[in-house]
Design a protein around this ligand. Structure first.
Ligand SMILES: [Mn+2]
Length: 272
């Protein structure tokens, strides 16, 4: 009996050890003038600290390429960046609209729609959260200081380091975000001048700032998508356990149906 118990433990631990780490795609920024695809390393380290393998995804030029890329990965992070072009939610540009990147908007939307269709796990961050809302039919304030009805009491565009919180958000109890964090109030950083206005159908607001600005949305169960307005990757890069949990949740959602592979039998490279 004891032997059988030990064997079961051994088998279970082998399966755990052999489980393939989920591949987490990270959308990248694109600069035509600098001819680069890039993303801040905070995202990369956050995924690594949470037990995933980061894969950077340069801009997709068409929807089929985006869909094929998504098919090969297990989860997706839509990273931060420029303002979403207001044409995508049927508005003319306001005077205070920042720089936009339509090629990136399209690429991110294709990636997101493909992920949603295949039920792949998504964590969208800052611009990614706003783009998520727009992709599924919501709208944005193009500029909080000039458009938000109750002039905000809190600063959403902080002027100090990314790994420092600037304001609090109130988390809706019972939401997926709450189940991860187990806290009703979180201290977050904030680097945005735009915010969600009308929330997309099938999404719900799961965190707000004290001025009412939407700070997080989620689309469960219809969409496997959580979006946050702040930048948790700065904290997760530092190994802050509470924030690594947010990325572990993504990795867990991504790995939920992954196959198990054996350790490959390969010779270690040797210097002669
Ligand atoms: Mn904020």
């Amino acid at each position: 009996m004891k032997k059988l118990f030990c064997s079961i433990i051994l088998i279970v631990s082998c399966i755990v050890a052999m489980a393939q780490k989920p591949l987490i795609g990270i959308s990248t920024g694109y600069s035509a003038s600098e001819n680069t695809a890039s993303v801040r390393y905070t995202y990369v380290d956050a995924v690594i600290n949470a037990g995933g393998i980061p894969v950077l995804i340069p801009l997709a030029k068409d929807s089929l390429t985006a869909a094929e890329a998504i098919e090969r990965i297990d989860g997706l992070i839509l990273s931060g960046g420029e303002d979403v072009h207001p044409f995508f939610y049927g508005e003319e540009p306001a005077g205070a609209l920042g720089s936009v990147n339509v090629a990136r908007d399209k690429s991110d939307m294709w990636l997101l729609q493909s992920a949603a269709k295949l039920g792949k796990a998504v964590l969208s961050i800052c611009r990614g959260e706003q783009l998520t809302n727009v992709t599924f039919g919501g709208t944005l304030y193009q500029d909080i200081p000039s458009q938000y009805p109750n002039r905000p009491a809190v600063q959403h565009n902080q002027r100090f380091g990314g790994a420092e919180p600037v304001h609090h958000v109130n988390v809706v109890k019972g939401s997926h975000l709450y189940e991860i964090m187990l806290q009703e109030q979180l201290a977050v950083n904030s680097f945005h001048h735009q915010a969600i206005k009308d929330v997309a159908p099938d999404f719900k607001v799961v965190a707000t700032a004290s001025d009412g600005v939407v700070e997080a949305i989620e689309g469960f169960p219809k969409y496997n998508v959580l979006g946050v307005q702040w930048h948790p990757e700065y904290f997760a890069q530092q190994g802050e356990k509470q924030w690594v949990k947010l990325f572990e949740d993504l990795v867990q959602r991504a790995g939920a149906s992954k196959p198990v592979i054996k350790q490959p039998n390969i010779n270690q490279p040797r210097i002669r």
